[in-house]
Design a protein around this ligand. Structure first.
Ligand code: ADP
Length: 349
């Protein structure tokens, strides 16, 4: 089993609190991705789970064991880093075998295990080669294989693909997803790239400044963001968030809240709709156009501010004046703290 629980975790480096009272449950067998801007505390969180850093406060549980103070080697966790951390003087076989040091696995068993794993990650023909003779993707596979021979309950991967070129990164993403399916083990994966997070994770944890903004499935994050940060972190171009003063939202229970801003995704705006679609009208002027082949991105200037829209067909736009309609059900509202307001009805005061 590989269920991880972080309970009230804080981490200080000197005076600076880089992780702030973090609570998180990582499901056994999940592919959980920690994502957020550089410096938000992703690696520190991983390192605390692995036991490489110790939290200042709080408890970490792996299954039903509290691992506070337990050495990294005794946590049943294997880590794969972005710089591979391979031994340059050892060949592939020895590098993989190194994962078994101190495990007292008999030689015969060791050989079989390494052979099987080399096959899974596609390294069988490279066992005698030194790391310097391998491509970036192959090195990454050696690092994975070295983690796999330990048969850990939890794999921890810290930006493992960031040193690879775009094409190989894409291929390795698919391979990692398949590997996760095959092993059924918990993967905890760190990246700053939201596209990577969305394409790989079944659970995504968005972090900012040492605080979890939202932890949910990719579709929930896309459809149901909890706040402005989560809303704008997922999706390209980012969700438009524009100020919206002078409106209040009213709940069925009679409570009211000031709206500070509203948001919509660029792909949900309708450009010059032919029918009289129900929605918020935002008329404006095209400032820039970007054609990416399958899709077009426009920057529109409007009295509400500048926003972007994305369309998948080249629409007829006779001049730069356009009318934009955002269907009401595609609108999001946020309060002054940037929290999403849900289940409220909008009224102008
Ligand atoms: P991320 O992985 O999201 O880029 P990190 O977890 O590496 O972020 O870092 C979080 C914060 O902690 C950053 O402000 C970073 O400068 C700081 N930090 C990380 N490691 C150390 C360290 N060993 N000593 C002091 N500050 C550190």
């Amino acid at each position: 089993m590989g269920r991880i629980e972080l309970k009230g975790i804080s981490k200080f480096f000197k005076e600076e609190e880089v992780i702030k009272d973090l609570d998180l449950t990582i499901r056994d067998g999940s592919f959980t991705v920690l994502v957020g801007p550089s410096g938000c505390g992703k690696s520190t969180t991983l390192r605390m789970i692995a036991g490489l850093d110790e939290q200042t406060k709080g408890e970490i549980w792996i299954d039903d064991i509290c691992v506070n103070g337990v050495a990294p080697g005794n946590r049943d966790v294997a880590m794969v880093f972005q710089n591979y951390a391979l031994y340059p003087t050892m060949n592939v076989y020895d590098n993989i075998e190194f994962g078994l040091v101190n495990r007292k696995v008999p030689k015969k068993e060791r050989e079989k295990l390494i052979k099987d794993i080399a096959e899974i990650v596609g390294l069988s023909d490279y066992m005698k080669k030194k790391p310097e003779m391998l491509s970036g993707g192959q090195r990454q596979r050696v690092a994975l294989a070295r983690a796999m021979v330990k048969k850990p309950q939890v794999f921890i991967l810290d930006e493992p693909l960031s040193n690879l070129d775009a094409k190989l990164r894409h291929q390795m993403r698919t391979e990692l997803i398949q590997l996760h399916k095959r092993l059924g083990t918990t993967f905890v994966y760190v990246t700053h790239d939201q596209v990577e997070a969305m394409s790989m994770g079944d659970e995504i944890v968005i972090m900012n400044k040492g605080v979890i903004q939202q932890a949910a499935s990719p579709m929930t994050l896309y459809n149901d963001p909890a706040n402005v940060f989560a809303a704008q972190f997922i999706g390209t171009p980012a969700m438009n968030v524009l100020p919206y003063k002078g409106f209040k939202l009213h709940s069925a229970q009679g409570k009211s809240q000031d709206i500070a801003s509203f948001g919509f995704r660029p792909e949900h705006a309708l450009l010059n709709p032919q029918d009289s679609s129900e929605g918020l009208r935002l008329d404006g002027e095209i400032m820039t156009r970007e054609s990416l082949g399958a899709e077009n991105i426009y920057q529109i200037g409007s009295p509400f501010g500048v926003f972007s829209i994305k369309t998948f067909l080249e629409p007829l736009v006779p001049d730069n004046r356009v009318n934009i309609t955002v269907p009401y059900e595609r609108l999001y509202y946020f309060n002054t703290e940037g929290q999403r307001l849900k289940q409220y009805e909008i009224r102008q005061e």
